[in-house]
Write a protein that binds this ligand. Sequence first.
Ligand code: URA
Length: 431
Amino acid sequence: MVDIIERKRDGHPLTREEISFFVKGYVDETIPDYQASALAMAIYFRGMDEREIADLTDLMMHSGKTIDLSSIQGLKVDKHSTGGVGDKTSLVVGPLVAACGAKVAKMSGRGLGHTGGTLDKMESVPGMRIGLTDKEFKDQVSRIGLAIAGQTGEIDPADKKLYALRDVTGTIESVPLIASSIMSKKLASGSDCILLDVKFGSGAFMKTFEAAKELAQTMVKIGDLLHRDTRAILTDMDQPLGLAVGNSLEVKEAIATLKGHGPKDLVELARKAGGIMLEQAHIVASAEEGEKRIQEAIDNGSGFEKLCALFEAQGGDVSYIREPERFPVAKHIVEIVAEESGYVRRIDSLSIGVSAMKLGAGREKMSDTIDMSAGILLKKKVGDRVEKGEVLALCHTNKEGVDEVLREVHDAFQLSATPITVPPIVHAYIR
Ligand code: URA
């Protein structure tokens, strides 16, 4: 292991055998954390070439169980977001794509810090089960075309250990390590096609378009080398996605979107992502045709019915989906008011995400509990005109003494004296 660390430290590519020695040894605990962290730091500074990243991904993917979805007819599609604020896309796109006939087999994660997780959002509906057995997961995808479940501990143990180590050794922000971490999990969960939604901006992992593009291109290349149809879109996280941030608030927004009343950016993203996924699943000949099919599934209500079927299949109380006014509402709903007039130039996603967490919607550490009703509802988005005294956002919370957080939400809105051109949500498509 010392030789391997030194080779990477000195800028040499590692062979597949060397990478395998590390992955196996780290999982079976013959290699200690201090050597693994030295190698992670060497990779952080020296990088890896495409072949090394593909080997690392492949070996991490096979460090545990892989799911075989071949018993399910047709091409299986999966979508992964690198994480953002207000990102309820999976709860919209999954049902829409499934309603158009594709098989969506999705493994999701939980939220941490300023980012939310699909599993937590789903659990805001009483009874919803996210811990499906492999058989339940596959049967459900075969039967209704859609399942969203948590990943079991047996999948990709190498990533679990390495990610936890990177988190405390300053080695998260490395393209080879992020790409192999994300792709090894996605490949292990068995879908034929993967669409990556790589976010950039203040609320995202990657702060700039260029950094996000490098990560997206790397992951698409790895998918290619490992024979899965992998594509990526680069999307804007310089303001929260949609209007709702917080678990049940976001589920309600997903429901409204599937009923044809969604915010513009979320609808646009759902159409674009869904169109590409339908092309990947060979349901349509082009992503443009796919976008039209997605719009039809919104207009004719079949996407909404698929969301109901998803919750019903996993034990969720569907009456909450059909009558969203049943979701409990937080004790305090506080208006955040504009102190001057102007046009919204930016809404700092990181600050909104952290504030929502402090209002009760998220966890600072994995063991914290979540208040499903807490969060922030934006009343203005980038480009909107605001008059002094108008409401910018509503803060939902059951906590007392949150004045400082309310101030942070106010300050997250940056106004301009002149009109602002609204940027598109999808900035690039990589295939
Ligand atoms: N998400 C992951 O799963 N892994 C990373 O390394 C970064 C984000």
